[in-house]
Design a protein around this ligand. Structure first.
Ligand code: NAD
Length: 370
């Protein structure tokens, strides 16, 4: 059977490569954005979403892949940033043929982009993609992968919340603290369990009523409506559902001294970091506090292969990274989100400079010794 996958480049300034893959046979319509590979191959998840247009998908994949560069830079994973999106309703378009075509699209980049699980894609989907390309991470442990990243993301967020409590209240204990979680999915529910174990009272909102009731039964989580969770009085608001929820409309409604959660791209616009700071709300920059999953996956690339102990040790550095950012933010009177962006940009620029210097210091062929 002939391969009907058509791959075309989409030129985008500031991105190393952006490609569109369209396969009429399987119905695949996908975009991969490789933002930056200065620090290593671009690793980022594969998202499936019913985007209204390709323009909307392109906007999302660009934003997400840039975020991955920043996240990996600050977390020192040795990886660059990329992301992939499949346009379509997961209930309608998922098929083996579609994922095999996606695998061929990933493979066409020759390892410059490495894919992983993300919203609406699962390890089972990745197993199919793996048949068409080796550039896949986050497979099951039994298959040599690092497994589901969500518990590791939740662990990092939990440690980050404790660091934030320590920063604001001078005591990092969760005992007696009120913590409101928006979105009790894979990360939110694991986070809720850790917080309850540590003595916090946890409130949760989710579109999935069943999940909330189960958590209420299992750990005593207090269900709250979707509209209430953002404005309820609490010690920490932990957004673990969607991005862009911190905006001009929502920020004035917050009734918390801390925002620290797992969702990506929480600030609708970078300026919302300042809006939070002006209201005296301590913000844990999203891509710093939620790096546990990518840190765990990155350990797959270590010389000896995946080792959970190595992953946990690295995740346990998240509180220190946050404290450093909050210190810079205080000293330089900038929002923590800006401090994080500056740090990430500096790490990438320094590595780019070092690579250039190394390339320049190699003598021309005829002058090399030996
Ligand atoms: P998930 O899909 O398992 O959970 C998200 C939950 O949010 C779902 O239960 C959903 O019903 C709920 N939800 C959606 N809209 C909501 C709303 N308006 N109000 C309340 N709840 C709502 O996803 P996840 O893997 O737990 O990830 C959560 C967030 O963290 C996402 O933004 C994801 O990008 C980010 N993140 C996840 C990881 C990871 O390791 N899974 C790593 C880094 C960042």
């Amino acid at each position: 059977m002939t391969d009907t996958l058509q791959i075309t480049d989409i030129p985008v300034a500031g991105y190393e490569r952006v490609v569109r893959g369209v396969d009429p046979q399987s119905g695949l319509h996908a975009i991969i954005a490789v933002h930056d590979t200065t620090l290593g191959p671009a690793l980022g998840g594969l998202r499936m979403w019913p985007y209204a247009s390709e323009e909307e998908a392109l906007f999302d994949v660009k934003r997400l892949s840039r975020g991955m560069t920043y996240k990996s830079a600050v977390a020192k994973t040795g990886l660059g940033g990329g992301k992939a999106v499949i346009l379509g309703d997961p209930k309608k378009v998922k098929s083996e043929a579609l994922y095999l075509a996606m695998g061929r699209l990933v493979d066409s980049l020759g390892g410059k982009y490495i894919t992983a699980e993300d919203v609406n894609t699962s390890v089972a989907d990745l197993e199919i993609i793996r048949r068409a390309t080796k550039h896949v991470t986050g497979l099951e442990r039994k298959d040599g992968g690092s497994g589901n990243p969500s518990p590791y993301t939740a662990y990092g967020v939990f440690l980050g919340i404790r660091a934030a409590l320590g920063w604001v209240f001078g005591d990092d204990s969760c005992k007696g603290r009120k913590i409101a979680i928006q979105g009790t999915g894979a990360v939110g529910s694991a986070l809720a369990k850790r917080l309850v174990d540590a003595g916090a009272t946890v409130y949760g909102a989710d579109r999935n009523e069943e999940r909330l009731q189960q958590l209420q039964k299992e750990i005593g989580l207090v269900p709250v409506s979707e509209s209430e969770i953002l404005s309820m009085q609490c010690d920490v608001f932990a957004p673990c559902a969607l991005g862009a929820i911190l905006n001009d409309e929502s920020i004035p409604k917050l009734n918390t001294p801390i925002v620290a959660g797992a969702a990506n791209n929480l600030l609708l616009e970078p300026r919302h970091g300042k809006v939070l700071a002006d209201r005296n709300v301590l913000y844990a920059p999203d891509y710093v506090i939620n790096a546990g999953g990518i840190i765990n996956v990155s350990v797959e690339f270590h010389p000896g292969g995946y080792d959970e102990k190595v992953a946990l040790t690295k995740i346990e550095r998240i509180p220190q990274a946050l404290k450093e950012l909050w210190t810079i933010a205080k000293e330089e009177r900038i929002p923590p989100s800006d401090a994080a962006d500056r740090l990430a940009e500096r790490i990438v620029a320094d590595a780019r400079g070092a690579k250039k210097d190394a390339a320049c210091s190699v003598p021309p062929k005829g002058q090399r010794r030996g």
